[in-house]
Design a protein around this ligand. Structure first.
Ligand SMILES: [Zn+2]
Length: 232
């Protein structure tokens, strides 16, 4: 057994140069065995591209199979009075919407997929509330939080993509601040009266973080310096 004199890596018996640092192997005691079949392929070969349609069919079949099996189990065998299979079916449908359309539809803009994903989450929430008779939390908390989050995400997605790193950070931070303010408002309204507390603290922290970014953004010289220092 030989080792590379330069980097110390262990060498195969047929190696004529180190695979790591390309140093030639010269070992008078044990010359390279050129007759031996090499351990690695000598020619590069292309990996076959994944067939997206096949993958989409497989994922659809898996989702359908899980849903049907759980539905039948729920109907005839396990906890027959409780609609537990609804959750599985809803989760399968949501995952299907998340995974399959992006595989099959290639020319659709990404924001459409995002919209579909968010609608799928909303659909799952409605399904869970229907299964648990939880209309009050659905209308009081789940849907307002979902709607606020979706709206902000869509706005940030559409506006932030072609901007600089600084503008994107500012947009994302302001989105988080607005969402937290909205979250506390919704929770407080659901539980009783609106007394803003923690969301204001979070908003203060967020705004403190945004201020330096906003200042840097308006000063081209400072912006260049920061960009050079942090490599963006
Ligand atoms: Zn080496």
């Amino acid at each position: 057994m030989s080792y590379c004199v330069n980097c110390g890596v262990e060498l195969d018996g047929d190696a004529v140069q180190c695979p790591l640092c390309q140093t030639p192997v010269i070992n008078p005691v044990c010359p390279p065995d050129t007759e031996m079949t090499p351990n690695f392929p000598l020619e590069r070969q292309e990996v076959e591209p994944v067939d997206r349609k096949e993958l989409a069919m497989l994922l659809s079949a898996m989702a359908l199979c899980a849903s049907v099996c759980c539905g039948l189990l729920n109907l005839f065998l396990l906890w027959r009075g409780v609609p537990w299979s609804w959750f599985v079916m809803g989760a399968c449908a949501m995952l299907w919407v998340w995974l399959v359309p992006p595989l099959v539809l290639r020319k659709v803009p990404s924001v459409v997929f995002l919209l579909l994903d968010l609608l799928a989450v909303g659909g799952l929430l409605v399904l869970i509330s229907a299964a648990t008779h939880g209309q009050s939390w659905l209308v009081g908390i789940a849907l307002p939080v979902w709607a606020g989050f979706s709206l902000l995400l869509l706005i940030i997605w559409q506006t932030a993509r072609k901007r600089s790193f600084l503008s994107r950070s500012l947009l994302v931070l302001s989105g988080i601040v607005l969402f937290l303010l909205w979250l506390e408002f919704v929770i407080d309204r659901f539980l009783g009266a609106y007394h803003p507390m923690w969301s204001l603290i979070a908003a203060a922290v967020g705004i403190t973080m945004m201020l330096p970014l906003a200042v840097i953004r308006t000063r081209p010289n400072l912006r260049r310096q920061v960009r050079r220092r942090f490599h963006f």
